[in-house]
Design a protein around this ligand. Structure first.
Ligand code: SF4
Length: 382
């Protein structure tokens, strides 16, 4: 299927989904799998096969991987030798840019300095940590393994291992999250001086324990908005650029891989449930680990979702993804689209009138207040 879909660009990203987690967090709806006996070896065998099959596409020799992102799940459960072998297999199958951004998502409890040193030696340049909270009581409630002290220790281990590009994830809108505890978490994280910070509001997906059973103590919408603004102001005061709705970076440290998504760029994806975008095709792999592995053991790519986006879908996607970022979209490009589409003009007009969509330096973007309300606009644009 992918063989007939030539990429538009030479530079692609690669996402690799590593599904294993030591324990399932209460709020999590990601595609995860328990780390059972033999599961890692079977998964890695299937992944190697998948990389080789993707590299058989007639266009594979013409593209360069500019970013590689190992997400999960908990990719830092990968033993260093296995991670090194995986990256070596990618480099054998594809051309990888000399300055490729190679990121591994880590959970604080699964990293030690020796492990991180080995990751660095294998070519990993960036760590993306899932901390979520630095309040011990909250961490227990979330079903997370480490406490605040372990999290600090793991951050120090990353620095000692030589990582100069570290991102930290935190969550707001959590049940029982008091303003003082939220401020303490942000202050602690900012004191660590990570290069990048991601902050996501809790969403209750039915695939999560909390989504299925419900959870008490969720903050009001007003309290969540306060938490959003507290973070935005504190991060700005420490020199972080709010460059995407949920992401902050020190100058020069935006996530290159995630910017590929927001620029509606192209990326391959491997692993169970991985989703890629090549040419005008969006594809998704089988989610259950067993089915994913079985497909590859039978010699076929585990692709179960394959959709060719229409011109209208691609326009909506480029607009929505672009407006997630502080760069927004080019004014001239948007003006051209709006000129030929009265419905689009009707949807966008009120946002401009309210000052939520602003224009500067040839680009149209959402204001900081517009970021907060963006979901409503994006629903209209779909
Ligand atoms: S939140 Fe992260 S660590 Fe927790 S279960 Fe989900 S993928 Fe695993």
């Amino acid at each position: 299927m992918l063989a007939d879909t030539a990429p538009r660009d030479v530079a692609l990203g690669l996402y690799v989904h590593v599904p294993f987690c030591a324990k399932r967090c209460a709020y999590c709806a990601f595609n995860t799998a328990p780390l059972e006996e033999g599961a890692m070896a079977r998964y890695l065998g299937a992944l190697r096969r998948e990389i080789d099959l993707l590299a058989e596409a007639p266009w594979a020799g013409d593209v360069v991987l500019a970013t590689i992102f190992l997400g999960g799940g908990t990719p830092s459960l990968l033993p260093p030798d296995d991670l090194a072998a995986l990256l070596a297999a990618v480099r054998t199958a594809f051309r990888v840019a000399a300055d490729a951004e190679v990121t591994v998502e880590c959970n604080p409890e699964s990293v030690t300095r020796p492990r991180l040193e080995a990751y660095r030696a294998a070519g990993v340049a960036r760590l993306s940590r899932g901390d979520q909270s630095l309040d011990d009581a909250m961490l227990r409630r979330l079903g997370r393994l480490p406490g605040r002290a372990e999290a600090r220790g793991a951050f120090g281990a990353a620095r000692e291992a030589g990582f100069g590009n570290v991102s930290v994830d935190v969550m707001y809108g959590l049940p029982g999250l008091e303003p003082a505890a939220w401020t303490r978490t942000i202050t602690t994280v900012l004191d660590w001086e990570p290069e990048h910070l991601s902050a996501y509001g809790l969403t209750l997906d039915p695939g999560s324990l909390w989504g299925a059973r419900g959870v008490e103590g969720l903050p009001s919408e007003e309290a969540q908005v306060d938490q959003y603004w507290t973070l935005a102001r504190m991060a700005a005061a420490r020199g972080y650029e709010h460059y995407e709705i949920s992401n902050y970076a020190r100058p020069g440290f935006r996530s290159r891989h995630n910017q590929t998504y927001w620029r509606a760029g192209e990326y391959l994806a491997c692993g169970p449930g991985g989703c890629g975008f090549v040419g005008d095709v969006r594809y998704g792999n089988a989610k259950p680990l067993a089915r994913y592995c079985a497909d590859l053991e039978s010699g076929r790519l585990p692709i179960e979702v394959f959709e060719r986006l229409t011109a209208r879908e691609r326009l909506a996607e480029r607009l929505i993804l672009g407006l997630r970022t502080a760069d927004g979209v080019p004014t001239a490009w948007l003006a051209e689209r709006v000129a030929g589409d009265a419905a689009l003009r009707r949807r966008i007009g009120p946002w401009e009138d309210a000052g939520l969509l602003v224009e500067a330096n040839g680009r149209v973007r959402l204001s900081e207040a517009g970021f907060l309300l963006s979901d409503a606009l994006f629903v209209e644009l779909l």
